[in-house]
Design a protein around this ligand. Structure first.
Ligand SMILES: NC(=O)c1ccc[n+]([C@@H]2O[C@H](COP(=O)([O-])OP(=O)(O)OC[C@H]3O[C@@H](n4cnc5c(N)ncnc54)[C@H](OP(=O)(O)O)[C@@H]3O)[C@@H](O)[C@H]2O)c1
Length: 288
């Protein structure tokens, strides 16, 4: 315990809010907590937090108010009755860049400073190596509260535009869910053949690690806008090989619906005459 005396309030004590409040307590900060269902304050009060009777009381208790609720609508609902003047609101609720920008304006109209954040960790990771949080909003506000924010993990400031933290967060989550799609499909195929997922897991982990270089390779191609260099696994070949994934899945009683969107895009891009390019060129079909 460092004995840091700068107080903080945490609004929202779901799995994540409780972890954030716990990390602040572990760092020796006075912490005020509030949650819609009051019973969730109990474990934190046992550890030294003060439970506020209302969100407005909780906001009044500290200059720094950290908000971690379900979604943007719940943030507005909880903050609406509170007097925000003179406070700094750090919103760590998952949302879109547009929601973050609109919330920044809404908070600012009420006389408070605002930072938006995107947590790249699960609750047990908070305060542990590997956890990090994106922040965006005024640099001076970030700098003023950096020490408290560092309690949660690495603090990654991504710019003045309040929407940038959410953008970075959602881009990383897009990558993560893409990976989850592949992992679930692989296990469905394995299970469909009566094999053990646990026995197969090391092969899958190793393969995903081996293919991890795609992120860097694709990035360089996208920034160049050129998908024709160093092609060793061309798109046309991959579109043809991809056909076997839904065919094999069907044979084993497995749905291939998770893979269908990428399959369609590969076929379209090949049909458009880009079969000799790298697979990265599919990104050209993702412009709306
Ligand atoms: N868990 C993760 O792995 C993780 C990782 C990164 C980011 N996040 C983000 O962190 C945020 C919180 O996630 P979580 O895991 O803590 O979720 P959670 O365990 O489901 O908790 C949701 C919280 O929101 C509150 N809430 C929901 N609707 C409300 C309303 N209308 N008014 C007041 N309070 C309301 C709940 O209060 P009650 O207790 O009264 O229901 C609870 O405190 C989300 O935006 C999530 O996307 C989570």
């Amino acid at each position: 315990m460092s004995g840091n005396t700068t107080a903080a309030t945490v609004l929202g004590l779901g799995a994540m809010g409780s972890a954030l409040a716990g990390a602040l307590l572990d760092a020796g900060r006075p912490v005020t907590v509030w949650n819609r269902s009051a019973d969730k304050t109990k474990p934190l009060v046992t550890r030294g937090a003060v439970a506020a009777g209302s969100a407005a009381e909780a906001v009044a208790a500290s200059e720094l108010a950290i908000v971690c609720l379900l979604d943007d609508a719940s943030v507005r609902e909880v903050l609406e009755p509170a007097s925000l003047a003179g406070r700094t609101v750090v919103n760590l609720t998952n949302g879109t860049p547009r929601q973050a920008r609109e919330l920044a304006d809404w908070v600012s109209e009420r006389g408070a400073k605002f930072l938006d954040g995107g947590i790249m960790a699960t609750p047990p990771m908070i305060g542990q190596p590997g956890a990090f949080v994106f922040y965006s909003g005024p640099r001076d506000v970030f700098d003023a509260h950096r020490e408290a924010l560092d309690t949660f993990g690495g603090s990654n400031y991504v710019g003045e535009d309040p929407g940038l933290a959410a953008l970075h967060d959602l881009a990383l989550l897009s990558g993560m869910y893409g990976q989850f799609i592949g992992i679930l499909q692989a296990y469905a195929l394995i299970r469909g053949a009566g094999l053990s997922a646990v026995e197969f897991a090391p092969l899958l982990s190793g393969w995903l690690t081996a293919m991890g270089g795609f992120a860097e390779q694709a990035a360089a191609e996208i920034d160049r806008g050129d998908y024709t260099q160093n092609v060793v696994s061309n798109l046309g070949m991959q579109a043809a090989a991809f056909e076997n994934l839904p065919l094999a899945a069907a044979d084993q009683g497995v749905s291939a619906e998770l893979l269908a969107p990428l399959h369609q895009l590969l076929l379209r891009r090949a049909a458009d005459g880009h079969g000799a390019e790298n697979l990265t060129s599919v990104i050209e079909l993702l412009k709306n």
